[in-house]
Design a protein around this ligand. Structure first.
Ligand code: FUC
Length: 343
């Protein structure tokens, strides 16, 4: 780091030959290698070669995001009758926890082994008032790679004062390989009957709209392209998919990750399945990428990556009808998202 702090890189490997490289900077998943018989492994996530590149980029490649993934309108938060002004870092809004969010922090790391599976724990103390959020927050994220090729990401937190908490991981997947061009002809499924439409600045209008008859109907496996080429105004706003879909299987009482989404590449026959305890999933197609210089001299263009960001709905603190991201003082937060790779 510029101040001399050392960043560590961990490699999680299983007996199936899957391996992941994870940085203590932002818990960034830098490489995710899937073996192929007789061919070099396919790296299914976008990333950079240097720490400097991660620090100077604002696309959250592979990183842990918090305290609040996605947007809070005008950075305005009201909790227990007190108003808080959060850091504004995108237009008029607070995006992904403010300009110094979890992705920019060096996390304290511990090597673990969970049920024989390789795992690491990353811990962070976020002080009271960090990016404007109330309450000193202690958070821990555990990454575990299982023998069934699942990366399990568990999020834990407690806060000294009532706050909001909505962490995610912002990996950009490309199941044909990070340097293979656009994801347009890959297929996705999202088990979501509703989505939360937004205004032109990606702030939810507050409605839940049926996906039926819209480009957001991914209940059956369909190409990403059919959505990206749609003339629907919601697609035009952001040059692609950048929307929260409401996961049908969400159960606020359950701590068991439920199937939510899938992506698949016919080029490599690699598929990804997403399971989560969270109510929403931001489906984002790297709409603003424009010759971004990525790993090993690759150039990342618009629609070259696909994010499945599991989350509370965007701006939920200002939308009382959305599932609540409030974390009460002293309460324990737990969520889990699992990414399973099939090949
Ligand atoms: C996603 C999107 C945003 C943004 C960011 C980098 O979560 O919702 O629009 O560009 O990632």
């Amino acid at each position: 780091m510029p101040d001399g702090t050392v960043i560590e890189q961990f490699c999680l490997t299983n007996n199936q030959g899957v391996s992941l490289e994870i940085l203590s900077l932002g818990g960034i998943i830098r490489r995710w290698l899937i073996p192929h018989n007789a061919k070099p492994p396919t790296d299914i996530v976008l990333g950079f070669d240097s720490v400097q590149a991660y620090l100077s980029d604002d696309s959250y490649l592979g990183a842990l995001v918090g305290r609040y993934a996605n947007r809070i309108a005008e950075g305005k938060l009201c909790l227990e009758s007190k108003n808080y002004q959060l850091d504004i870092n995108q237009g008029d809004n607070c995006l992904h926890g403010g300009s110094q969010g979890f992705n920019n922090k060096v996390w304290q790391s511990t090597v673990l082994s969970r049920d024989e599976n390789p795992a690491i724990a990353l811990q962070l103390e976020s002080p009271d008032g960090d990016q404007g959020f109330p309450g000193a927050l202690s958070t821990k994220v555990i990454y575990t790679l299982t023998e069934s090729n699942r990366l399990k990401i568990e999020y834990f937190a407690t806060s000294k004062r009532t706050t909001v908490f909505n962490p995610t991981n912002h990996s950009y997947f490309n199941l044909s390989g990070h340097n293979s061009g656009s994801v347009n002809n890959q297929h996705i499924q999202v088990v979501a009957s509703y989505y939360t439409p937004t205004d032109a600045h990606a702030i939810p209008t507050g409605e839940l709209i049926k996906v039926e008859g819209t480009p957001f109907d991914f209940r059956k496996l369909s190409t990403i392209e059919q959505a990206l080429t749609s003339a629907h105004p919601q697609i035009q706003y952001g040059n692609g998919l950048d929307h929260n879909l409401c996961i049908d299987s969400y159960d606020p009482q359950s701590q068991e990750a439920k199937y939510a989404a899938k992506a698949t590449s016919e080029n490599t026959d690699i598929s990804l399945k997403v399971y989560t305890t969270m109510p929403g999933i931001q489906v984002f197609t790297a709409n603003h990428f424009d010759h971004k210089k990525g790993k090993q001299d690759s150039l990342y263009h618009a629609h070259q990556g696909l994010c499945f960001e599991t989350q509370f709905y965007p701006d939920s603190p200002n939308q009382p009808q959305f599932p609540s991201a409030t974390l009460k003082a002293g309460e324990a937060f737990y969520s889990v998202t699992e990414y399973e790779v099939l090949f």
